[in-house]
Design a protein. Structure first.
Length: 150
């Protein structure tokens, strides 16, 4: 080993402030560039997949609707079904038949309804309400006369 002269100091090692080398920085820039260049195509791919899923759902819905309409078309191909619909919805009948239309809730034959009293005509109800309105102030006047004076 050699002795160093007293006037000379050994060269001090300068500590590196970061451990980031030039190669690591270049690698980080390349990775960021690749990530940024792939972001838009990946976003478009995801949007297209969602659109495809929506279109498949609409296609399934439309195919179910087509099946229902085909079944309805087959029902209307049957003359008996058409006749039944004409009777039920249009109240039609053949010329040799007598048709009856029952309006409201009809009770079974022989059964008595719970409220068997006849319904009063509208003018009778109106006259009763006029009578009640005429009698109401008279009661309040009598009560006012009976009240003690203060």
């Amino acid at each position: 080993m050699t002795a160093e002269p007293a006037g000379r100091r050994p060269p001090a090692r300068s500590p590196r402030p970061t451990k980031l080398t030039g190669r690591a920085a270049l690698l980080a820039v390349v990775i960021c560039a690749i990530a940024l260049s792939l972001a838009y195509p990946v976003r478009e791919y995801i949007a297209q997949r969602q659109q495809i899923d929506q279109l498949l759902a609409a296609q399934q819905s439309n195919s179910a609707q087509v099946k229902n309409l085909q079944a309805e078309q087959q029902r209307y191909a049957d003359p008996a079904y058409i006749e039944q619909q004409a009777r039920d919805q249009l109240h039609m009948c053949f010329p040799t038949e007598k048709c009856y239309v029952i309006i409201g809730n009809a009770a079974a034959p022989g059964a008595t309804p719970e409220s068997a009293r006849p319904v009063a005509p509208w003018y009778a109800k109106l006259w009763q309400s006029v009578k009640k309105a005429d009698q109401a102030p008279a009661r309040s006047v009598e009560k006012a006369d009976q009240a003690p004076a203060r």
